[in-house]
Design a protein around this ligand. Structure first.
Ligand SMILES: Nc1ncnc2c1ncn2[C@@H]1O[C@H](COP(=O)(O)OP(=O)(O)OP(=O)(O)O)[C@@H](O)[C@H]1O
Length: 221
């Protein structure tokens, strides 16, 4: 497993369309390996190994006593995904590295579910933000050198869709055909005129994510 780059796949449950068509599950997972079977059983299985293969196809089931337990022992919930992927990103950020985490997949494959989550079922981004502010508070309390340190946290939120970059925190950017991606000799790639909003706690980040998510609906229209 590389320290610099980690790649994971996550298998989501069937959606209503797949259920209504009695779709057959052709994915299996074993450790970090994802196994794809030929639905016509003509070709041998194909195996792909990643740093993590997350089985989230079956959710939780309710026991007789009302306790929710994973329907499959392999079931990977949001906390497991954060512990494996988000925590390392945050630790590296504390060490001063530039870090990036991105989700890739076709529409409806579960990118938002894993990255943002829904309500109290928090994905990697909200958990990381919470941990970030907890980390700042802890460092200010425990480390003598850090007591006087100043921390600045800011948020930007953008969408790249059909090769157009839209600033989700600035709807006026939608009209101009998107923002420009430039390269700075020292800082690397950046998005010109992207809004950078300072935030002082997790609630402020949540507010900005909610605003960006609402604007995203506008961006789609
Ligand atoms: N790991 C998971 N466990 C349970 N449900 C999931 C999981 N991943 C995705 N889903 C469900 O699948 C549906 C599609 O997921 P989601 O909206 O995250 O997809 P997406 O890739 O972000 O789609 P789009 O590109 O269209 O925005 C949602 O109803 C979501 O709740």
């Amino acid at each position: 497993m590389s320290d610099n780059l980690k790649v994971a796949v996550r298998l989501r449950p069937f959606n209503e369309r797949e259920k209504s068509r009695s779709s057959r599950l052709i994915i299996n997972m074993n450790g970090g390996t994802t196994i794809i079977s030929d639905p016509d059983d003509k070709y041998p299985d194909k195996k792909f190994t990643f740093d993590f293969s997350y089985w989230s196809h079956d959710g939780y089931r309710e026991r007789d006593d009302g306790y929710l337990e994973p329907a499959d022992q392999r079931y990977a919930d949001q906390t497991k995904v954060f512990d494996d992927l988000g925590r390392g990103v945050l630790e590296n950020a504390w060490k001063g590295f530039n870090c990036s985490l991105f989700a890739y997949g076709q529409t409806g494959s579960g990118k938002s579910y894993s990255m943002v989550g829904f309500d109290s079922n928090k994905g990697i981004i909200p958990i990381t933000c919470e941990e970030l502010f907890k980390g700042i508070a802890e460092r200010k309390q425990t480390d003598e050198d850090e007591k006087e340190a100043e921390y600045q946290v800011s948020v930007s939120m953008l969408e790249i869709y059909n090769e157009t970059v839209k600033d989700l925190l600035n709807i006026s950017s939608f009209k101009k055909g998107g923002l420009k991606v430039r390269e700075h000799p020292q800082k690397g790639f950046y998005v010109e005129q992207l809004q950078v909003s300072p935030v002082s706690d997790y609630a402020a980040i949540e507010g900005r994510i909610a605003e960006g998510t609402r604007n995203r609906t506008l961006a789609a229209t």
